[in-house]
Ligand binder design. Structure first.
Ligand code: 3PG
Length: 333
């Protein structure tokens, strides 16, 4: 439970009308992005923050944790991407009232530490989903065509695409898969209403085992939580059909890397493509060559559109929180 901050309001009366204005003035909002937003997104964030009468500070492409610790010292709000907001960062940010992760997964924020201090943590769900979904589809085709190197590849049309977790990104991957002529199956333990899947013409399966057994391509969209860490490994990969490809645009932590290595060793037909390099990626690359692929740096949300959508949403959510107390996207309620 987070003891939510309720903005203090000043009450004034003019011609018998009562006006309420927020007392949370002179707020300083820091955008701390080791992987910076596109310029247009930063300009948009500045417009929202300064338009609300607040101050914007920028810390981009920082290389040392000490830079972040120094930059947060006097800020009231923080916008980050995958940047690590640890207990140490939160301790160093004495005035901090709100952190917004401009994106979906908030496993990079120490929620317990934030909650203890009464700091509100939000994400911006859905804002960068299309960019990630497009990358997942691109990775399937890239792997099907031997990573664009000479030789005969395969087509994804007519193949079965499995979606593991049918949230914002999963849904978009499913719809794109349908448009490309794939048969789409999905599993999500948190969606019980079959109508969600039916609306997209997607077949809902009853278990994670059934999903992997059916999927020529499996697109992962589960968050990294205590329950999911290391949950995708040897058994699930070994159950996939001949020639199957596992595509990970979610988190590296959900993979049991030793299990993955074993499955790739025992089954020369399996492939793995990821947007978040495994801890053992150099060894995987060396051992499995073209059957594995990792982007040089996580790039799922690296489009101008996603940066603008997520960045502006984060800035608006902070302003709205300070002005009206809106906590709609709070994840540590
Ligand atoms: C997310 O959780 O929103 C994605 O993983 C994007 O992360 P990024 O902002 O670090 O690119």
């Amino acid at each position: 439970m987070c003891p939510t901050i309720v903005p203090l309001m000043r009450e004034t009366k003019k011609e018998n009308v009562v006006y309420f204005t927020s007392l949370l003035e002179n707020m300083k909002i820091l955008v701390a992005t080791e992987k910076p937003f596109a310029r247009k997104a930063v300009e948009g964030i500045r417009g929202i923050v300064e338009g609300a009468g607040y101050e914007l500070a920028l810390l981009e492409k920082y290389t040392d944790k000490a830079q972040l610790l120094e930059a947060v010292a006097d800020v009231d709000a923080l916008i980050v991407r995958s940047d690590k907001v640890t207990r140490e960062v939160i301790d160093a940010a004495k005035n901090l009232k709100i952190v917004v992760r401009a994106g979906a997964g908030y496993d990079n924020v120490d929620l317990a530490a934030a909650t203890e201090r009464g700091i509100v943590v939000m994400n911006t769900p859905g804002q960068n989903s299309n960019a990630v979904a497009e990358l997942a589809v691109a990775m399937m085709i890239f792997m099907a065509r031997n990573r664009f190197t000479p030789g005969t590849g395969t087509e994804i049309q007519g193949k079965t695409l499995g979606i593991h977790a049918y949230g914002n990104v999963g849904r978009l991957v499913g719809r794109k898969g349908k448009a490309l002529g794939m048969e789409v199956v999905a599993y999500d333990p948190f969606i019980t209403d079959p109508a969600v899947f039916e609306a997209d013409g997607v077949r809902q399966v009853a278990s994670v085992e059934e999903l992997y057994r059916a999927s020529d391509y499996l697109s992962l969209h589960i968050p990294a939580t205590e329950q999911t860490r290391g949950s995708i490994g040897y058994d699930l990969m070994m159950s996939m059909p001949a020639g199957a490809t596992l595509v990970n645009t979610a988190r590296k932590e959900v993979i049991d890397e030793e299990g993955l290595r074993r499955a790739l060793t025992e089954r020369a037909d399996l492939k793995y493509a990821t947007d978040i390099a495994a801890g053992i990626q150099p060894e995987l690359d060396e051992q499995f060559g073209k059957r594995v692929f990792a982007t040089a740096k996580k790039m799922g949300a690296e489009t101008a559109e996603a940066n603008i959508n997520a960045g502006l949403a984060a800035a608006s959510q902070i302003v709205d929180f300070f002005k009206t107390g809106n906590t709609r996207f709070q994840v540590n309620k």
